[in-house]
Design a protein around this ligand. Structure first.
Ligand code: GDP
Ligand code: MG
Length: 330
């Protein structure tokens, strides 16, 4: 890890990066594995790829398990391909990986993309500490972006904090809901709606879909930005209804994504990109600091400081200061 990739790793990384950018799917897959495993190869490759990335539209698709995210992604792939456009998918839903879950249920349709150079689907294991998922996903998206995919869909299961993190990695965030069984739209976490650029009520073929959409529209009064740098304009996400299993409403969803991309580019994209850059760099910096402090030459000191905090001999702030001094002294 770090800047000290060996010359062999660097040249292998450059080779793979060049190959991926030239359309070599094997090279792209190997790079994404390296990204997932956070190897020096991935970092070295990113040095070549990152300057080329930044053009793609990154779309996060999140929502509760079973709301139809994978099915909707499959339907979107169909509409995007029908328009002659390329699309890559990163699925970070561990409970139903896109390669083994619902998309395989859509076997016939997916098989037709097996030899299609303009479709690339990848599932990512969700592992590691807070922030790890987001940085891995963001890096994977940058690799796909550099490889020439103009649209990158990121499917994340909406069960906790991770989807909010991943949403921060996207240009456009779609929050999916299925029609409610009960009377209220209570299942949607406030945090999720806050990150939504578009809200989609899927399973439009089920009773209550239109009512759920109407309730959501009533709920979604414009939110005001919390800080001047954070989302500069108040937004009122559009609420749409889709039936992913039949494809109904999916072309309209793609059109809405394209609209959001176009207006986002003009209005808030600069701020969102800056926010994303900050989140990434701070997360990586935190990981690097931590890695340095648990490296063999410092592990003893670090362990002793942590013990002192656990025993209340040292407060956590003083501990952090002491560890920072260790780093700057070494
Ligand atoms: N009736 C109906 N079922 C759907 C629709 N979209 C998805 N499903 C079904 O809902 C279940 C969960 O879908 P899946 O895409 O795996 O949801 P995910 O967990 O959010 O990725 C599957 O059985 C799908 O076939 C829809 O529009 N209508
Ligand atoms: Mg899924």
């Amino acid at each position: 890890m770090g800047e000290d990739a060996t010359p062999q790793v660097s040249s292998r990384a450059t080779e793979l990066a060049e190959a991926a950018m030239a359309g070599d799917r094997g090279a792209l897959a190997r790079l994404l594995t390296a990204v997932e495993n956070r190897t020096p190869l991935a970092e070295a490759a990113l040095r070549r790829l990152y300057p080329v990335a930044g053009k793609a539209h990154l779309v996060g698709i999140t929502g509760p398990p079973g709301s139809g995210k994978s099915t909707l992604v499959a339907a979107l792939i169909g509409v995007v391909r029908a328009a002659g456009r390329a699309v890559a998918v990163v699925a970070v839903d561990p409970s139903s990986p896109i390669t083994g879950g619902a998309l395989l249920g859509d076997r016939v349709r997916m098989q037709s993309y097996a030899g299609d150079q303009a479709v690339f689907i990848r599932s990512m294991a969700s592992r590691g500490h807070a922030g790890g998922l987001a940085s891995t996903t963001t890096t994977a998206a940058a690799v796909l972006d550099a490889a020439g995919f103009d649209l990158v869909l990121i499917e994340t299961v909406g069960t906790g904090q991770s989807e909010v993190e991943v949403a921060a990695a996207a240009d456009t965030t779609v929050v999916l809901e299925a029609p409610e069984m009960g009377d209220e739209v209570q299942a949607i976490k406030a945090g999720l709606l806050e990150v939504a650029d578009l809200v989609v009520v899927n399973k439009g073929d089920k009773p209550g879909a239109l009512r759920t959409a109407a309730q959501l529209r009533a709920m979604l009064v414009p939110t005001v930005a919390r800080t001047p740098t954070d989302r500069p304009t108040p937004k009122r996400p559009e609420v749409m209804v889709t039936t992913a299993s039949t494809g109904e409403g999916v072309p309209e969803l793609l059109a809405a994504l394209d609209r959001h991309r176009a207006t986002g580019r003009a209005a808030e994209s600069g701020g969102a990109r800056r926010t994303r850059a900050e989140a990434q760099v701070w997360a990586i910096l935190g990981e690097r600091l931590r890695a340095s402090l648990v490296a063999p030459e410092r592990a003893g000191t670090t362990e002793a400081v942590l013990e002192d905090v656990a025993a209340h001999r040292l407060d956590p702030y003083a501990a952090a200061d002491r560890l920072l001094r260790e780093l700057t002294a070494g």
